[in-house]
Design a protein around this ligand. Structure first.
Ligand code: ADP
Length: 458
């Protein structure tokens, strides 16, 4: 009804198009159009003036200059007006879509800028962290090109894009790096590098981890840590173990021989015989322990070598079980399965593995006195499993039991051991091209197994 009403409505509602009279009571159409053009909410609404009275050129000019898109004089054709309305409405819609799109793009650009800034900040932070650590550190792009190195790097290498050269006897660092980049798996490698002005190489642990964003590798971060001192300490410890076990072995062999002699000459009815028996048992324990320590030092120095012969596995297993049944009469060692297989192996060493598996089964099942020894053919290979119903091993510890000196911390408290038996087994089994492992449930028991290739079986 009036300019004021038009203004009120257009501020409150959203309009696609306004058709405005020029002559109105109070405020005229031009004033209304100027106010609408000055308000951010209404400035983009297209306006068509419709006038019967103000048909003069000067009014039409004023109409356009106050922001109108058309000026129609009466009488007019309704159809044409409607067509114009439709066209303007379409234009308005397109315009609105463009505005929305523009807003979206603007916020997208702002977001990306912000994200880029954050990434730059993070990279800066990472670089200053890597500068502050005592290790040699570097970062690399997704495809393995080194793009940052810290100051330590230059003590060893002269070029910030290539690894410092490593000892020719160690695996080649560039080959290992190429493999790592291809696999996308973390790298852990011990190798020797030397300072530019030194002659001696020092052992370093190279570790490189992929940095992932939404499961995708975006870059790599790596360090070289000097482990020369640890390496030397381990070497000294190994040397000590070798010397000590050799030195212990010689007198013990004589003690064992004399005690065995005593055992033979003392008649069974003599009451001292039981003392000699007990002494012999303890001497045998000590002998086993020293043999284990000697095996460890042989493994360390790469000297654990043995001859492989064709052997009938079932006969070997039966004689081993006989020995164990004699030593542990209180345990029911049940053999399950009857596989006649010929394998290529070392009798003494395979017996050592079986004895170890079964002795452990006995040691770690103090309350359940039954052990199952299962043999069968699996995938054309010989499978041997030693199943106990004892304390079991947690999933986390199962991965480590074959590691050197590993013992489950809360295993049976009074059971002693060095945590080397299974490590020696694993080394023996590796040399037999056998796979091995453990399946276990806490409180229910464990099955230690190995699986080895066979020459023939029935
Ligand atoms: P040791 O028995 O001398 O400690 P091993 O290398 O033979 O050393 O075994 C390593 C560890 O694995 C043991 O200390 C024990 O914690 C765990 N383990 C081995 N066999 C069994 C088993 N049958 N049941 C439960 N735990 C076991």
């Amino acid at each position: 009804m009036s300019g004021e009403e038009a203004l009120k409505k257009s501020l409150k509602n959203s309009y696609a198009l306004i058709i405005l009279d020029v002559q109105m009571p109070g405020m005229d159409g031009f004033e209304v159009a100027e106010i609408l053009a000055g308000n951010s909410h209404t400035k983009d609404i297209p306006i068509i003036f419709l006038s019967a009275v103000n048909t003069d050129k000067k009014f039409i000019t004023r109409g356009y200059s106050s922001g109108a898109i058309d000026y129609i004089v009466k009488p007019f054709d309704t159809d044409i007006l409607l067509l114009k309305v439709k066209t303007f409405y379409r234009l308005y819609e397109q315009n609105r879509e463009l505005t929305v799109m523009q807003e979206y793009l603007k916020s997208e650009v702002a977001f990306r800028k912000q994200a880029q800034l954050q990434i730059q900040e993070k990279v800066k932070e990472l670089h200053s962290t890597l500068e502050s650590i005592p290790q040699i550190a570097f970062t690399a792009t997704l495809d393995g090109n080194i793009d940052f190195v810290n100051q330590q790097w230059f003590l060893f290498g002269s070029d910030s894009h290539t690894f410092p050269p490593n000892h020719p006897d160690d695996p080649n660092i560039n080959d290992e790096w190429a493999k790592t980049i291809q696999s996308g798996e973390p790298l852990e490698l011990e190798l020797r590098i030397k300072k530019k002005d030194d002659i001696a190489y020092r052992y370093h642990l190279l570790r490189a981890l992929p940095v992932k964003e939404q499961e995708k590798i975006v870059k790599w971060v790596g360090t070289f840590t000097d482990i020369e001192e640890q390496k030397q300490a381990v070497k000294k410890k190994d040397e000590f173990l070798t010397i000590a076990s050799h030195e212990l072995k010689t007198p013990l062999t004589s003690i064992k021989a004399y005690v065995q002699l005593l055992d033979k000459i003392i008649p069974a009815e003599n009451h001292t015989k039981s003392y000699v028996d007990r002494t012999l048992r303890q001497v045998n324990k000590l002998d086993n322990l020293i043999n284990d320590l000697l095996d460890i030092s042989k493994i360390e120095s790469g000297k654990l070598k043995f001859e492989m012969k064709e052997l009938k596995f079932d006969a070997l297993l039966n004689s081993t079980l006989d020995i164990l049944r004699q030593i542990h009469p209180d345990y029911n060692i049940v053999k399950k399965g009857n596989v006649q297989a010929v394998i290529l192996g070392n009798e003494v060493r395979l017996e050592q593995v079986i004895i170890n598996y079964i002795t452990n089964a006995i040691k770690y099942s103090p309350d359940k006195k039954e052990i199952h020894v299962i043999t069968e053919i699996r995938n054309d290979e010989l499978y041997l499993g030693v199943k106990d119903f004892g304390i079991g091993i947690s999933l986390a510890d199962q991965e480590s039991v074959f590691r050197k000196f590993f013992r489950v911390s809360d295993s049976v408290p009074h059971v002693q051991g060095l945590g080397i038996g299974l490590y020696i087994c694993s080394e023996i089994l590796k040399r037999h091209n056998a796979s091995f492992g453990v399946v276990s449930n806490i409180g229910k028991g464990s099955t230690f197994y190995f699986q080895t290739p066979v020459l023939e079986y029935t």
